[in-house]
Design a protein around this ligand. Structure first.
Ligand code: ZN
Length: 316
């Protein structure tokens, strides 16, 4: 998830601090939204769908538990890894986009292998448009123009669904894509379209990453926790929120959270400060939980990025 730079808006920050604070105060697995993801994913055919190599890291604890210890089969789809600008953003330096893509594909293969799976790359361009509704529309239009039209984009997802026949799909939330990156949102929207075209009896159980990954809209303690690698839930939305507690111990004695850090280490181009093996910063327990929403509970056409005023960068 390349980090973009935006101006701070104090009013939004206040809103965020209040609503995120309220979410964080709920505690691990409070209330009726606790769900045993260990049981849910056991022995299942699981498909992760993301835009970029590294988009999977937040699901790594769940995938490690399911696919390394509980008999699940995991496969990864990365849709927009071609001609990547992601290395430049991470390294604060100019890197050839095609070289960057090769580096990131190899990192993704290693990440998938760490979690017991393999990767399908679609080869769509890693576009970087404005992080709002206009950028999302541009992103979808450009991919369609480059790859044979909108229906061909949906058909690409349909082909991988037909091939893999997943029971469970893990992906990004089309309403915000965690970081409002248009690639994240566009991938989820196209995937939703493809799933809608499946026979109803074969629809997978789809779960969405529900975190808030916009450093420029955080401040104070939450900003510090985020910069340490803690997971902040997307605030102010009344969609039911479910939690996977990544502080649990796996059969090999590792904390599930360790796999999130290990996957970040593998993505050296994105997490250079972790890649040399230094210990990851300490993260409070309540921020080592993974928030998720169920796709069936949302309207994928809702727009949660526009109110954040992320009109910059304007994109190419
Ligand atoms: Zn990403």
């Amino acid at each position: 998830m390349p980090v973009a730079r935006f101006r701070l808006i104090p009013r939004l920050l206040s809103w965020l601090a209040i609503t995120v604070g309220a979410c964080a105060a709920q505690g691990v697995g409070d209330g009726p939204l606790e769900l045993d993801f260990t049981e849910l994913m056991q022995g299942k055919n699981v498909l992760f769908v993301g835009a970029h190599p590294d988009d999977e890291f937040e699901f790594a604890p769940m995938l490690a538990e399911a696919c390394l210890f509980n008999g699940a089969t995991c496969h990864f789809v990365i849709a927009s890894e071609a001609h990547s600008v992601g290395c430049s953003l991470a390294a604060e330096d100019t890197v050839d986009p095609d070289e960057c893509s090769e580096v990131r594909r190899e990192e993704m293969r290693r990440s998938a292998a760490l979690l017991g799976g393999e990767v399908t790359f679609f080869g769509w361009e890693d576009l970087f448009y404005s992080h709002d509704a206009a950028g999302l529309a541009l992103n979808l239009a450009q991919w369609a123009a480059d790859n044979g039209g909108h229906d061909a984009l949906v058909a690409r997802f349909r082909s991988v669904l037909d091939e893999r026949q997943p029971d469970i799909v893990l992906t990004l939330d089309p309403r915000h894509g965690s970081s409002c990156h248009p690639n994240h949102r566009a991938v989820a929207k196209l995937l939703f379209e493809a799933i809608a075209g499946l026979p109803p009896s074969t629809h997978p159980d789809v779960w969405l990453e529900a975190d808030f990954w916009i450093a420029e809209r955080l401040e104070g303690e939450l900003k510090d926790i985020f910069m340490r690698g803690g997971i902040i839930p997307w605030p102010g939305v009344d969609t039911p929120l479910y939690w996977y507690d990544a502080t649990k111990r796996l059969p090999n004695g590792h904390e599930a959270w360790d796999y999130l850090v290990e996957v970040q280490r593998v993505h050296r181009s994105q997490f250079p400060s972790l890649a040399d093996g230094r210990p990851a910063p300490w993260v409070p327990r309540e921020f080592r939980r993974i928030p998720l929403v169920r796709a069936a509970d949302i309207d994928p056409d809702d727009e949660l990025c526009e109110p954040l005023g992320l009109a910059q960068p304007a994109g190419p």
